[in-house]
Design a protein around this ligand. Structure first.
Ligand code: NDP
Length: 337
């Protein structure tokens, strides 16, 4: 089997030589374990954090260890009573073609209920991140304005569509005209703003004539700086991700903006609340699955996947994800279904 390990830690943006493709012999599954062949590998922004030794909410991947990642696979050999050869399973096998995993870390998937790849996308972790963070922390109300960046991706696209289903006005921020057109034409956003435009801050202000009530924070950086002055009294800011900052190696040059930031928090009575989606799993996962799969069936919820073929292409696809090269949920097809 083949696998991709972390060869070295990146300094700034990751490069191809931070990864190494290897061929290895597979171990036999022990009691309670299952041998899985990986079909889909999910590539997600959090993996940049795992490549660094810096403190985070989860441990880093060690050098020469397999890169972590959510996977959809098929059971090849089982020594766990709940799984049989041929079953499709959701798990965390990482960047490899096959893995021996503990059965209690797998969940069976029904291939007839939804396309397998959606288990790591719209009906999986990213979709749940949007659902839980928006509804629990953002709490959008009818008529309010909700703003989200990385809006064509799996988290942002779900945030905008759920905001609309709750009667709010959705404003999406994305990189480039093609993604902005997708937000308006396919996802039903009320406005779309290109963060690469030289007049981005003014265009965002024009797109939010009544200010912003919920800012679902996906990117940080220059986008957050443009949003901050537009936040209304009692605005809510679920802090989900800061992808614009993940490759930073230090504090950016320039004046200290922290005092100005806290002044806004005070005078606008803002609620700013970070979260990691797993906090809400036990409370909200079943509601999420029921609601989003229902909305998809009813034709009220769209999603888009960006599928890359071949495990060997995972590093380049991941490097691109941090720059916006993906268009939709980024998934590697490691093997045919
Ligand atoms: P996406 O598929 O949307 O990919 C990331 C996107 O970020 C890129 O396509 C790009 O889109 C955008 N981006 C990258 N750099 C910048 C930048 N400098 N300024 C503005 N936009 C940028 O990713 P996901 O939907 O999977 O994740 C979105 C966010 O949610 C990430 O920050 C991620 O870390 C976070 N997350 C948090 C979780 C949690 O539990 N807290 C769980 C899952 C995700 P574009 O071309 O439009 O700029």
């Amino acid at each position: 089997s083949t696998r991709i390990v972390l060869a070295s830690r990146p300094d700034g943006a990751p490069t191809a030589d931070n990864f190494r493709l290897e061929a290895v012999n597979l171990p036999e599954p022990a009691d309670g374990q299952v041998l899985v062949r990986v079909i889909y590998l999910s590539l997600d922004p959090y993996m940049r954090g795992r490549m660094s030794a810096a403190e985070s909410y989860a441990d880093p991947v060690e050098i020469d260890e397999v890169m972590v990642g959510g996977t959809v696979g098929q059971v090849v050999d089982s020594r766990h009573p709940d799984f049989a050869t041929g079953d499709y399973v959701l798990g965390y096998a990482g960047w490899q073609s096959h893995a021996v995993v503990d059965g209690n870390q797998l969940r069976t998937l029904d291939r007839d209920a939804a396309p397998l790849s959606t288990a790591v996308g719209v009906l999986g972790m990213p979709g749940f991140t949007a659902y839980s963070g928006l509804l629990k922390i953002g709490q959008p109300k009818a008529g309010e304005t909700v703003v989200v960046a990385a809006a064509s991706g799996p988290v942002g696209s779900a945030v905008g569509q759920i905001a609309k289903l709750k009667g709010a006005r959705a404003v999406g921020i994305a990189g480039g005209p093609e993604k902005c057109a997708y937000l308006l034409d396919e996802l039903g956003f009320d406005a779309a703003v290109d963060h690469r435009s030289p007049n981005f801050a003014e265009e965002l202000r024009a797109a939010c004539p009544d200010g912003i009530d919920v800012y679902f924070e996906n990117v940080g950086g220059a986008v957050a700086a443009a949003v901050l002055p537009l936040l209304n009294l009692y605005a809510r800011v679920p802090v989900c991700g800061l992808i614009a900052q993940y490759n930073d190696t230090g504090v950016p040059e320039g004046p200290d903006r922290l005092p100005g930031f806290f002044t806004r928090v005070l005078v606008k009575s803002l609620t700013i609340r970070g979260f990691i989606q797993r906090e809400f799993v036990s409370e909200m996962y079943a509601d999420f699955q029921r609601d989003v799969s229902g909305w998809i069936r009813e034709g009220r919820f769209a999603y888009r996947e960006d599928i890359v073929d071949g495990l060997e292409n995972a590093p380049a696809a991941f490097i691109g994800l941090l720059r916006g090269s993906n268009f939709g949920k980024l998934v590697v097809r490691v093997a045919e279904e």
